[in-house]
Design a protein around this ligand. Sequence first.
Ligand SMILES: Cc1ncc(C[n+]2csc(CCOP(=O)(O)OP(=O)(O)O)c2C)c(N)n1
Ligand SMILES: [Mg+2]
Length: 321
Amino acid sequence: MEFSNELLEQAHYWMRLTRAFDDRLDLLFKQGKLVGGLFSQRGHEAISVGAALALGPDDVITPMHRDLGAYFARGMTPARLMSQYMGRATGPSGGRDANLHGCGDLSLGIVGFVSHIPQSTPVAVGMAHAFKLKREPRVALNFFGDGGSSEGLIHEALNWASLYQLPVVFIVENNQYAYSTPTKNQMRMPDIAARAAGYGMSGVVIDGNDFFAVHKTTKEAVERARGGDGPALLECKTMRMRGHAIHDNMSYVPKELLAEWEPRDPLLLFEKRLREMNLLDDVKQNELLTRIEREIDAAQAFAENAPMPDPSKLTEGIFAE
Ligand SMILES: Cc1ncc(C[n+]2csc(CCOP(=O)(O)OP(=O)(O)O)c2C)c(N)n1
Ligand SMILES: [Mg+2]
């Protein structure tokens, strides 16, 4: 598969934007300017951006809490996302929820998730089933974590998806930990992708820090799913480079493990490749970083000046009795 220069440029922008936005959120949280918790994206950029860029405009994603890059790549603006993190009326959840929880926009093909994991997996399967019944050439892309993969719902969803050969692709972001639980304490086998065989679908292990591998494998799986060949389970191996959320100092993660992953940072690997391909130099890199900082400044100013939600509108858009 060829990677066009345009695609690589886009991917670079989205991945750097994700990293810089994540760093800014860390600062803003410490200044008391955000509401709710904060889940760092560091280490997940190649997965969220690489996978999301494999889709067409009519496809849908059901992201999880470390997929900020997928939101950007689907076209959600920094101003709206910053509003969401600051609990403003201008965020996608209108201030009803915070960070990426409850953050979706169907016009961009993003279905926001509820906190319970992995509840959005059967939602993706349901959408894929609807696409198939309506004979629409659309694909659902679902993201879940290694922790989520041990929940019963995953079994039901993957089994159903394979039985009906639905146009859905599952990305499991194996970042070695679910909160403080290392994967070896929640499953016996080394690869979650191995479970795919039990459902009669293909399972692939990918280096989740390698944009090229994530994008290529996802794109192929998406096109197979779109063509009627059914779902796939893609396990992207990475490392959660921060605590579960900002309150967590991850004292339980061995320092050597983090040191081992540090040089495999997805941004560093990607930029090294771009330089080798003569697509990046210091001037271009500095221009990009400066432009992104300005964009994030503007998003922050927008959100800080945006109104808080109007309490009288609390029940609007809520489906409940
Ligand atoms: C059903 C359910 N149980 C527990 C939680 C609390 N919780 C939120 S994220 C999380 C860990 C998820 O780990 P993983 O799926 O590996 O994703 P990661 O945070 O590592 O990206 C837990 C236990 C939840 N949201 N839903
Ligand atoms: Mg995890």
